[in-house]
Design a protein around this ligand. Structure first.
Ligand code: NAD
Length: 537
């Protein structure tokens, strides 16, 4: 029989979920007894759920539960752990449509993107299911006879995870699934912007057979709350690995704590992703790419397009075509229509941060190409707006021109539906502009010229690059991550993430029956007199 969720009435709307922490296999409220609301991004009225506001005591209890579960879980054969991870994928597939609706309802992503997000969890689970049968070490020849060398991957211990709300289930799955597959146990602090989807992900992991204490979920705030408590637990020796996805500012704090504890955190941070369009590009394809990259999810992706770098001969036409497409798109309540390109800002915090960039752009001397700016209201809403604009934080798409590499506008992650246009003359200037920001997450270049494709791939300072495609689009079996202010070089996804949750253990086994020392007792034999090749001179 299906296990019921605890819910409460929510006016005439779908009931609110009563979210609880999941610690040692039990559902618990926060010790302080305080709860916070998660409201639908689309209308700020629909309380999707209420969640516990946890603190230090709750996080410590979760760390202890994770430590208690660790010996048995790390000793469980990896193929068995893989099978459980695979079952998580099956359970998510089973609930895919309802989970997608929840992502859409809670954080305001379009249904198309919400389905994509949930599919990413399924892909990740299926990928790591088979990695459970492939956690290879090496058998290595020794310098000495009757001696064998081996390498093993070992798990790290308790992994603390802190995630952002804009990818509320895909990004956590990128961390949790490989971490548990490799034998670690987890304490996860989801974003306070999306506790309900996180809670259901926990329920699904339980449904799939994840044993008590292997994954623990503690809800709450970041600074001054459960997020900071997780970092304090690194200092207390209760956590052996941190994986963080969020802003560069918080990522630096995470890096400091882990650094002083000699741990290597996984840091997946912000982006200011460039898209170059060269004069020979297929403009139709590139305009659609810029539209989706810059404005999809209301620009609230780490891989959203920031700087659009246009080659001068095509710049005027490109801007005109992009503006035309922006006048045609549908914005609005994603829970009411499937063909909305983008919905609301996730909440007031994201809206206010977005609004700040207008002052920056003005001070920089850049020029606005779009006519209406800022918040969409009943008074100024486009004719095809879906739903009630006053209900959520909806904003107009923004396009700036006249942007240069020395402006704050080209250097700063804005995190909203805004694109900044830089115009350049030819490939060399385009590449320099693409590399102008301190971030280096994703990048893209539209051209049909194979030499420029090669030069872009070699010259771009980024963790990910698309040729003739958008700055977005991760696949579960490719490495995801950035350079510079976008991260510390660790990667999520694919076989590469396994290095983030394991350490190498070198073992030698000596069956010689006597003491033999490397380098010192090695017999390389003797060389003979050199062959006389002087007759060739
Ligand atoms: P944020 O850094 O404010 O918050 C992210 C998480 O950190 C949340 O769970 C929050 O509660 C927690 N947190 C905040 N302050 C903390 C502190 N002092 N100590 C411990 N935890 C703390 O980020 P955000 O504004 O919610 O999300 C948007 C940012 O995330 C953007 O910069 C975006 O580019 C980035 N992001 C990056 C990726 C990636 O994979 N590179 C993916 C998604 C989002």
């Amino acid at each position: 029989m299906a296990r019921k969720l605890q819910t409460q009435a929510n006016g005439n709307l779908t009931p609110s979920v009563i979210v609880r922490n999941w610690v040692g296999g039990e559902e618990r409220d926060a010790t302080g007894g305080v709860r916070f609301d998660s409201r639908s991004a689309s209308n700020q009225v629909d309380v999707v759920g209420t969640a516990p506001l946890s603190g230090m005591e709750d996080v410590e209890a979760a760390c202890r539960a994770a430590a208690a579960a660790y010996p048995a879980w790390s000793a469980t054969p990896a193929p068995v752990r893989g099978e459980i991870v695979g079952r998580i994928g099956e359970a998510i597939s089973h609930h895919k449509e309802l989970l997608s609706k929840l992502v859409c309802r809670e954080i305001g992503k379009s249904m198309k993107e919400s389905r994509g997000e949930v599919q990413e969890v399924i892909d990740t689970a299926h990928f790591f299911q088979s990695e459970g049968r492939r956690l290879y070490g090496q058998t290595v020849h020794s310098e000495m006879p009757n001696k064998e060398l081996f390498t093993y991957r070992r798990s790290l211990g308790v992994a603390g995870m802190i995630t952002a709300g804009n990818f509320p289930i895909a990004v956590p799955s990128w961390k949790i699934l490989p971490a548990i597959l490799t034998g670690n146990t987890v304490v996860w602090k989801p974003s306070e912007d999306a506790p309900v989807i996180a809670y259901l992900f926990g329920r699904i992991m339980e449904e799939a057979g994840v044993p008590a204490g292997v994954v623990n979920i503690v809800h709450g705030a970041g600074g001054g709350g459960a997020g900071e408590a997780i970092l304090a637990c690194v200092d207390k020796g209760l956590i052996q690995k941190i994986s963080f996805t969020g802003s560069t500012a918080v990522g630096r704090k995470v890096g400091e704590v882990c650094g002083r504890n000699l741990q290597i955190p996984s840091l997946e941070l912000g982006g200011k992703n460039p898209m170059v369009v060269l004069r020979d590009a297929n403009i139709d394809v590139a305009v659609e790419g810029a539209l989706f990259s810059g404005y999809g999810t209301a620009g609230q992706r780490c891989t959203s397009l920031g700087n659009l770098i246009l080659d001068k001969p095509i710049a005027a036409e490109f801007k005109a075509r992009l503006l035309k497409r922006l006048s045609e798109i549908k914005i609005g309540d994603v829970t009411k229509s499937e063909d909305v390109l983008y919905g609301p800002m996730i909440n007031q915090r994201f809206y206010e941060n977005f609004m700040k960039h207008f002052e920056m752009g003005k001070a920089d001397g850049a020029r606005l190409l779009t006519e209406k700016h800022g918040r969409i209201t009943k008074e100024n809403a486009p004719a095809n707006f879906v739903g009630d604009p006053d209900a959520g934080y909806y904003v107009f798409p923004t396009l700036w021109e006249g942007v240069t590499a020395d402006m704050k506008l080209s250097q700063t992650e804005i995190f909203g539906p805004v694109v900044t246009v830089m115009e350049v003359d030819g490939f060399a200037e385009a590449l320099a502009a693409a590399n102008c920001a301190p971030y280096g997450l994703s990048s893209s270049c539209y051209t049909m010229n194979p030499t420029d494709i090669l030069r872009f791939k070699n010259g771009i300072h980024a963790g990910m690059t698309s040729i003739n495609n958008t700055t977005n689009g991760a696949e579960a079996h490719m490495p995801f991550g950035g350079v510079g202010w976008s991260g510390n070089g660790t990667r999520e996804s694919g076989v590469w993430v396994i290095d983030a949750y394991t350490r190498w253990h070198a073992v030698n086994e000596d069956l010689a029956g006597k003491l033999q020392l490397a380098q010192m007792d090695v017999d390389f034999g003797e060389t003979k007199e050199p062959t006389d090749l002087s007759f060739l001179a």
